[in-house]
Design a protein around this ligand. Sequence first.
Ligand SMILES: NC(=O)c1ccc[n+]([C@@H]2O[C@H](COP(=O)([O-])OP(=O)(O)OC[C@H]3O[C@@H](n4cnc5c(N)ncnc54)[C@H](OP(=O)(O)O)[C@@H]3O)[C@@H](O)[C@H]2O)c1
Length: 124
Amino acid sequence: MLKLGVIGTSWIARSFIDAAHMTEKFQFSAVYSRRLESAEQFSADFEAIEKFDNLADFFKAPLDVIYIASPNALHFEQAKSAILAGHNVIVEKPAFSNPTELTEIIGLAKANNVFFFEAARNIH
Ligand SMILES: NC(=O)c1ccc[n+]([C@@H]2O[C@H](COP(=O)([O-])OP(=O)(O)OC[C@H]3O[C@@H](n4cnc5c(N)ncnc54)[C@H](OP(=O)(O)O)[C@@H]3O)[C@@H](O)[C@H]2O)c1
């Protein structure tokens, strides 16, 4: 079971958790919010969730995957910090602001032997 940490407490984050649980491969385990009250409300339906209002502490948690569903302008720095802390990352779409940021994140993920995915589905 992959331990899933979540940044952001809006409806899209909840939808992602519900979908992730349907795969039976992920276990929602930790949430970061700017306010602990929001983290508590967001995770009230689940048991044994670690709640953080400090990003540095959140990134130190023993998680396998971090899903980032914050406002777009925050994705790059949060994804970078998550990767440097050794986590695989799934970033909501649009993942980054420009190709330079995307290239840097792909390079960092390779260098740190973790996966980076944008939460977008391509239908061909
Ligand atoms: N895949 C899709 O179909 C889909 C659909 C909708 C959205 N999205 C993407 O999902 C991401 C989130 O979108 P959203 O509409 O949920 O955004 P949002 O409600 O504006 O923000 C998401 C979360 O980020 C935190 N946040 C909000 N403003 C912030 C700020 N100024 N500084 C730091 N944190 C802030 C809040 O969590 P706390 O208050 O708990 O810190 C909030 O719950 C975006 O990248 C968006 O493009 C994708």
